[in-house]
Design a protein around this ligand. Structure first.
Ligand code: NI
Length: 256
């Protein structure tokens, strides 16, 4: 069975057919999905979704690009939501220097990232990490402020194989999604080849990052089989073995 460890089914891209798509996932072999919060509104939508679908779990947290919408009052509510039913992690949190260039704004990202890493430790929840154009700084902060304490996943891992090994040493999982099916994703293919399967989990980041042959289109957990197929090809094992192992890894990551 397939475990999609990272999706955003509260996104507007599903407003027309959300229920139909989600109820159809079981037929595609998808047994579990974790819906990841990005912003403030997503947290409320995630809490709503996980009440509706027994096989769906959720996370709460503020994405580095959403911190303008965040303040101390909301941070207190976020703390409360960590203890809500079926909330399994704090995320996605991290650093995104691709969209943000101003030093002050980057400092604000680091501040909220550090506070949410501390919150995860306090609430004893694993973390879901977003990192874009900030690989070294994300790793340094993870090592300094979290150091594997409550575990977690580096979502949509895009760094080097060397850094992947360092994350694995700290006990983190690497999230592998549609990008691994792209022809030009040489570094990621190398990462998947070299890192033991026991430290990989599958994810969509739906509605984004669809695998080939759906690249550019809206993503769905049903397409994760193409990701599993590519991981299997790189590891020289069967797709079923990949799905089984990553299911177990997902259960361990989110402590289910
Ligand atoms: Ni995401």
């Amino acid at each position: 069975m397939i475990f999609d460890t990272h999706a955003h089914y509260d996104a507007a891209q599903y407003d027309q057919d959300r229920e139909e798509l989600l109820t159809g996932l079981a037929d595609a072999g998808v047994g579990r999905v974790v819906n990841i919060s990005n912003g403030w509104k997503d947290m409320l939508a995630t809490l709503d979704l996980i009440r509706q679908y027994p096989w769906m779990y959720g996370t709460v947290g503020i994405h580095p690009c959403e911190i303008d919408d965040f303040d101390e009052d909301r941070f207190l509510l976020l703390k409360d939501y960590c203890h809500a039913d079926k909330i399994v992690a704090v995320g996605e949190i991290g650093l995104d220097y691709y969209w943000v260039k101003e030093p002050e704004q980057r400092q604000r990202q680091r501040d909220w990232f550090a506070r949410q890493l501390a919150l995860a430790r306090e609430a004893d929840l694993p973390v879901v990490i977003h990192s874009r154009d900030a690989a070294q700084e994300t790793y340094d902060m993870m090592k300094r402020e979290h150091a594997g304490t409550t575990g977690g996943v580096i979502h949509c891992y895009s760094g080097s194989a060397e850094m992947a090994r360092e994350y694995v040493k700290l006990g983190y999982y690497l999230g592998i999604g549609g990008v691994v099916t792209f022809k030009n994703a040489k570094t990621l293919k190398k990462v998947v080849t070299e890192i033991p399967l026991s430290h990989l989990v599958l994810e969509t980041d739906a509605p984004y990052l669809s695998p080939v042959p759906y690249r550019g289109k809206r993503n769905s957990s049903a397409y994760i089989r193409y990701v599993a197929e590519e991981v299997a090809r790189l590891k020289g094992i069967s797709r079923e073995e990949v799905e089984e192992a990553t299911w177990e890894n997902g259960m361990k990551l989110y402590r289910m």
